[in-house]
Design a protein around this ligand. Structure first.
Ligand SMILES: [Ca+2]
Ligand SMILES: [Ca+2]
Length: 282
């Protein structure tokens, strides 16, 4: 049946089949926001987290609601929010108390998505081995909430969405370095990794692994380099838009960050800029 195809064309067939299964991303627009940590969308609005604030924007980038005291009413001390996720009218945020390179009081805090008022928390299992929470992803299809650890990207951690119970961890192989965001979409977990050095103009990456609520390990694949950002910087959270299928990624640029410590601004910048990059996915 391949008569008529050259040997060279035959050699390309497996490659073409492989490429067809990989996602392709086309950058559509860029929206500046205030938060530097995470993003979520319910298809109608964009939710954005800063390190110590939560925001709601419309999809054109107009700020609608802000909560700049997001730790009020919590039983345990906190000073840092990571990537966020929205599900069924509630906003889920990875929250911790971070001092001198050590995170404590790790938990998933749940907010009313309309008012951004704090409602409740799901505490982390300290014996899980998780050292930090950089992001959370609600995965209703698997009754799971997933958490990433920026200090050690070796594993992602699972909690049951319906009960809040700790459900185990999944080892990633190879390991996405410095994970900053996570989302469950189409049977996969997509993880943003701050694996490119802005000092060397290296792009950060998007990784993917099967979202298996029982697996002890999963094969991670780097499916995109963010070489289309306006400047290489610090990638953060992400989400997929359930209304449009678009992928939305938060990234920061302009601030020099060396070994995790701020070192002023790059030439031409008077502040760090936080932007949502919106992609069509094929
Ligand atoms: Ca982060
Ligand atoms: Ca980077």
């Amino acid at each position: 049946m391949h008569r008529g195809l050259s040997l060279a064309a035959l050699a390309l067939l497996p490659v073409m089949a492989c490429e067809a299964s990989d996602p392709a991303f086309e950058l559509l627009r860029v929206i500046e926001v205030q938060g530097r940590q995470g993003v979520a969308t319910d298809g109608k609005l964009y939710f954005v987290s800063g390190s110590t604030a939560l925001y709601v924007y419309d999809k054109q980038g107009t700020l609608l609601v802000a909560n700049e005291t997001p730790f009020d009413g919590m039983a345990a001390e906190a000073n840092h929010i990571g990537d966020i996720s929205v599900h069924d009218g509630e906003l889920y945020a990875g929250i911790e108390n971070f001092h001198d390179g050590v995170a404590s009081n790790i938990r998933i805090a749940v907010y009313d998505a309309s008012t951004l008022e704090y409602r409740r928390s799901i505490d982390w299992n300290a014996e899980s081995g998780q050292q930090e929470v950089s992001g959370v992803a609600v995965d209703p299809a698997n009754d799971t909430i997933w958490m990433t650890d920026w200090m050690d990207g070796t594993r992602v951690y699972r909690y049951q969405l319906s009960t809040g119970r700790y459900g185990g961890k999944m080892r990633l192989d190879p390991v996405p370095p410095a994970p900053q965001g996570i989302v469950a979409h189409g049977g996969f977990l997509y993880i943003t990794a701050d694996d490119g050095d802005a000092e060397a103009d290296e792009p950060d990456g998007l990784w993917r692994v099967a979202a298996d609520p029982l697996a002890a390990a999963g094969e991670a694949v780097r499916v995109k380099a963010f070489d289309d950002f306006r400047r290489a910087g610090e990638i953060e959270g992400l989400d997929f838009d359930p209304a449009t299928g678009e992928m939305v990624v938060l990234s920061n640029r302009g601030k020099r960050i060396v070994l995790g410590m701020p070192r002023g601004l790059y030439p031409g910048y008077d502040r760090e800029i936080h932007e949502l990059y919106v992609y069509r996915v094929r």
